[in-house]
Design a protein around this ligand. Sequence first.
Ligand SMILES: Cc1cc2nc3c(=O)[nH]c(=O)nc-3n(C[C@H](O)[C@H](O)[C@H](O)COP(=O)(O)O)c2cc1C
Length: 154
Amino acid sequence: MSIPYLYSSGWGNTRLVWEYIATVFTKHWISLDFIDVAVSLPENILSDYNQLIFAAPTYDHGVLHEPFYRFLQAHKNRDLSNHGCAVIGLGDAKYDAQYNVESASLIETYIQEQKGTLITPSLRINKHPLGQLETLVNQRASTYIDTLDQTTSW
Ligand SMILES: Cc1cc2nc3c(=O)[nH]c(=O)nc-3n(C[C@H](O)[C@H](O)[C@H](O)COP(=O)(O)O)c2cc1C
């Protein structure tokens, strides 16, 4: 099975999360296709898969990283009703405690508007992800895989 990790990253943290999750998924024979939406905006990407992972950091007081914002704008009014979706948001409360990891909420709203289904609660990573990979990220990646096992015919 292959799942796209649709992401953008300013300084590499969101990419780092992909690198880690990809190693967890590989052990379960799932490949995590790495798609940097700042580099390419694949026209049919949302219809080519039935599971989607959206991952983006928060910038500028609760705003989506700009390439990711543009990606979502370019894919408005898509029917995601047959898609299982998962969200990974990054942020750091030292920049804005009120809009901490707001990217996750903004992506959730997008998915809801496109009638997609969140198959697992969003993974919200506050502060640098490095110290959270083996704990929070590992645990949530395993939960996600369990959910896929229960809901997807391989
Ligand atoms: C200029 C700037 C503004 C930021 N604004 C926010 C913010 O409003 N809310 C938040 O939770 N994190 C904010 N952050 C933190 C980033 O989202 C966080 O460092 C994230 O891990 C960056 O991921 P990336 O390296 O993939 O871009 C900001 C960071 C910078 C450098």
